[in-house]
Design a protein around this ligand. Structure first.
Ligand SMILES: Cc1cc2nc3c(=O)[nH]c(=O)nc-3n(C[C@H](O)[C@H](O)[C@H](O)COP(=O)(O)O)c2cc1C
Length: 415
């Protein structure tokens, strides 16, 4: 597909649906339970209206800002996402190169599928690393050491995944989590996989057709092996959001629903990480002013208002709705910490609304994954270009000269 025919993020989603087997498309697209929070994330942006100013526009508005001291050409970052190698072989390095080529930053997930050293090398100074609680402090320490050795200076700690959200689309495909296509479910998945020969070819070239087996060691940090979830008897084992972290070589049964009872991060762990990590520390997954204050109390330099794109607790509030509360808490702290938002950002107008309500920048998840699925690195660049063009036009139509000027005066006071 010619990328120029993708005019907006919805087009990218439709194109991804055409190019991916349903099991992979649904892994990206799906959310928890009844997917209520996911729907509310996007609707919240639609419910907020602007207060544009007439005869005040600048032809080339300034979209640039900084995130924790790093200059970015626009306030749109790539969110950490797992298993991106199943979408396109360009994967984490491709997404990182795309972000860098558009002057922004990508956050590499613990379970993205590429080593942090490889991804950091692809885009020096423009890769942050996201940490999950798999394996407790020893694993966290090892991961932090790897990220630090790779030259990463920003650590993002995700707190909203003490258990994996109930992703029923994955369960129906018989893959549960992590995304796993192997001999056990190949027959069941065969028709949908074979109906996407382009994807099969790409994956075969990448040597990743059997996900979670041959190249599994590249999906997770050294020393751990993310597999399908355990049965109840194994529920004491350390888990990752993708399943169980075990010594490489262990082969659990595929297809069972993960039981997530391992030790999730506590605020004490966040304080401990603050002592271990010399760079900037960001806490991801907060939805209240109280938790923002806790994060700042632990020494966080920034917080990400996020409900994981609705993939964790269904019924969690839309992030735009709680952004003002979090932004006020951070402002009152006088800490100078930064506030970012993700979940449901699909348009340049959404970016402007989030900034108006107190975010310094937003992160996008599914939009860039759809671009990646369709065109690898170039597909991600296409999506970022769409955001850039839409945000620029929004600023002109608003009559606002620079993203740094956006505040509550630019939106109706309904929130
Ligand atoms: C397929 C997929 C995988 C994800 N994996 C992770 C992950 O490994 N770590 C993490 O902190 N968040 C993960 N997220 C959540 C994103 O970082 C982000 O919070 C979310 O996608 C934002 O919502 P959006 O997709 O509506 O833009 C994932 C999201 C998706 C869609």
């Amino acid at each position: 597909m010619r990328l120029q025919r993708i005019v907006n993020v919805a087009d990218a989603r439709a194109a991804a649906r055409r190019s991916l087997p349903a099991v992979v498309f649904d892994y990206i697209d799906g959310a928890a339970d009844d997917e209520i929070t996911m729907g509310q994330n996007t609707r919240a942006f639609g419910e907020l209206s602007f207060r544009p100013r007439m005869a005040a526009s600048t032809p080339s508005p300034d979209l640039s800002t900084t995130v924790l001291g790093t200059p970015v050409a626009m306030p749109v970052l790539l969110a950490p996402c797992g298993f991106v190698r199943a979408m396109h072989p360009d994967a984490g390095p491709g997404a990182a190169r795309a972000a860098a080529s558009r002057g922004t930053v990508s956050v590499l997930s613990t379970v993205a599928g590429s080593p942090v050293s490889e991804v950091a090398r692809a885009a020096p100074g423009r890769v942050w690393f996201q940490l999950y609680s798999a394996g407790g402090r020893p694993a966290a320490e090892a991961l932090m050491a790897q990220a630090s050795a790779a030259g990463v200076s920003v650590l993002v700690v995700t707190l909203d995944t003490p258990a994996l959200g109930n992703r029923e689309r994955d369960i129906r495909h018989g893959v549960a989590a992590p995304l796993r296509i192997d001999a056990r479910n190949a027959v069941h998945l065969g028709p949908q996989v074979l109906s996407r020969p382009g994807w099969v070819l790409r994956m075969a070239r990448d040597g990743l057709f059997i996900l979670g087996t041959r190249n599994a060691s590249r999906e997770v940090p050294a020393g751990t092996d993310v597999r399908a979830g355990p049965g109840p008897a194994e529920s004491h084992e350390p888990v990752t959001p993708g399943g169980v972290a075990r010594p490489a070589g262990h082969r659990p049964h595929a297809g069972r629903i993960p039981t997530m009872t391992a030790s999730p991060f506590s605020w004490d762990d966040v304080s401990w990480m603050r002592e271990q990590w010399t760079g900037h520390l960001v806490v991801k997954g907060l939805l209240s002013g109280d938790d923002a204050r806790r994060a700042l109390g632990c020494g966080s330099d920034a917080v990400i208002v996020s409900n994981h794109g609705g993939r964790q607790l269904d019924g969690a509030p839309a992030t735009l709705k709680v952004l003002p509360e979090v932004a006020a808490a951070v402002e009152e702290s006088g800490s100078g910490a930064e506030v970012y938002l993700d979940s449901g950002v699909r348009r340049g107008t959404d970016v402007a609304k989030a900034l108006a309500l107190g975010a310094r920048a937003v992160l996008i998840g599914r939009p860039y994954l759809w671009g990646l699925a369709v065109g690898g690195q170039a597909g991600v660049e296409r999506v970022l270009d769409i955001f850039q063009a839409e945000l620029s036009r929004t600023m002109v139509l608003l009559g606002c000269a620079a993203v740094g000027e956006l505040d509550r005066d630019w939106v109706q006071s309904s929130l």
